[in-house]
Design a protein around this ligand. Structure first.
Ligand code: DI6
Ligand code: FE
Length: 411
């Protein structure tokens, strides 16, 4: 069966391909591209379309000079959970800290209770609605972590719901098992036993095809570096890539540990040390910055952005959507916040949600830039230039989202 070959004409293209220093934004002022089936078959200046390809075109779309970027990649979310933590937000505003609430049995544990009590269809409906909200701001690919089930049965339910979000929405979904997120109540005071349990669940979850990567929360209120290492060793035995919630509230040396396992990414990183930066640079590990959590927890320690730049560590950006520390569904707001709070440049911020977000998920071959051979996942914006994605906030200029060369439904 021959697939549709579409010429998309008259676009101002931010391909995000190539080197930012030599081709900022991968910009093509009079851009055009051709899609064949779900893939990009050619991208370039509209006047340079190869004649043999032009002859095969079966459909043309005039984009009217709109700005086009790769669709966004949200590389760190916790989309599957039930309940909310609005009451906890009030308590924090009255002076309670995130860590105090967690130690008192609130925080993640309260979401675990609500998630365990929810049915499969309810979990799917909640996660799907959140995924659609991300799509309305241009997201094509999303990482979804478990971590609110914290038992074999409930982690499996959450990961199955994540897989079903892909089928329900057309999004590309990468699942991450974050069973080592918090200690469930039935393991109170027995963190090492819980880690044994997590290690014993991983083969089964993996055999069911539910796990693309393994993550842990390495922190004073969660798991130690030694416990995290045991989870990572289990992942390595199964051939699974790892990533880490590292140095969010304190410096645990988690980045060095994750880098020694060749981690795809280390995420949060407000308390990252110089040694951690060096280890990530040597391992090619992506730094995922999460300004939503920084903002919502009213953190004041900034991630070491200049040190990451100097070391050549790729910087990604994500929503970290979760009910406790980042209840946002706005990747566009993250672009603005990364600039205002972390002093990323607009181009760095957009790279963070495209090319480097894809890299943090191991999706560089298919996502993150507009280049021949990649998936035809792109966003069309009512903007003259993509730097306006960083400039406006609380504004959604998305005109259309195209996934696999087909208009996406986001309702
Ligand atoms: N760090 C975070 O910011 C989220 N998880 C994590 O490990 C918060 C999760 C929550 O509070 O529910
Ligand atoms: Fe997170």
């Amino acid at each position: 069966m021959s697939s549709t070959i579409t010429l998309w004409r008259h676009a101002r293209l931010a391909t995000m391909a190539g080197d930012a220093a030599t081709t900022p934004w991968g910009w093509i002022e009079r851009g055009a591209f051709v899609t064949e089936g779900e893939r990009l078959a050619w991208v370039g200046d509209g006047s340079a379309l190869p004649a043999d390809l032009a002859r095969r075109v079966t459909r043309e779309v005039d984009l009217g000079g709109a700005c086009v970027t790769p669709a966004l990649v949200d590389c760190h979310t916790h989309l599957v959970y039930a309940g909310d933590r609005a009451r906890e937000f009030e308590l924090r505003l009255q002076g309670a800290s995130y860590e105090e609430i967690a130690r008192a049995g609130g925080g993640i544990r309260s979401t675990v209770a609500a998630t365990r009590a929810a049915g499969d269809d309810e979990l799917l409906a909640l996660a799907t609605a959140r995924a659609r909200a991300l799509m309305r701001e241009g997201v094509a690919a999303v990482e979804v972590k478990s971590g609110y089930g914290l038992s074999l049965e409930h982690e499996a339910r959450c990961l199955r719901a994540a897989r079903r979000v892909a089928a329900a929405t057309g999004l590309t979904v990468r699942t991450t098992c974050l069973a080592a997120h918090a200690l469930p109540p039935e393991f109170d005071g027995r963190a090492d036993d819980y880690v044994d349990a997590v290690v014993s669940w991983l083969p089964q979850l993996t055999a069911e095809g539910l796990v693309d990567a393994v993550d842990a929360f390495c922190e004073r209120i969660a798991f130690t570096p030694a416990q995290t290492r045991r989870v990572f060793e289990a992942a390595r035995t199964l051939g699974l890539p790892v990533k880490l919630h590292a140095e969010q509230l304190s410096d645990q040396g988690g980045a060095q540990l994750a880098a020694s396992f060749g981690a795809l990414s280390c995420d949060h990183l407000e308390h990252l040390s110089a040694e951690g930066v060096a280890a990530m640079a040597a391992a090619g590990t992506v730094a995922v910055l999460l300004p939503g959590a920084y903002y919502f927890l009213r953190d004041t320690t900034l991630p070491p952005v200049q040190a990451l730049r100097d070391a050549g560590v790729p910087i990604a950006l994500a929503t970290d959507h979760n009910p406790g520390s980042s209840p946002t569904l706005s990747p566009l707001l993250m672009i603005n916040m990364a600039c205002t709070l972390f002093r990323l440049t607009p181009e760095e911020a957009v790279r963070g949600l495209t090319v480097n977000g894809a890299r943090a998920l191991g999706l560089s071959a298919s996502h993150g830039t507009l280049e021949t051979g990649k998936r035809a996942d792109f966003a069309v914006w009512d903007l003259a230039h993509p730097r306006e994605l960083a400039y406006r906030f609380g504004v959604n200029p998305l005109r259309r989202l195209v996934l696999g060369a087909e208009e996406a439904s986001t309702s």
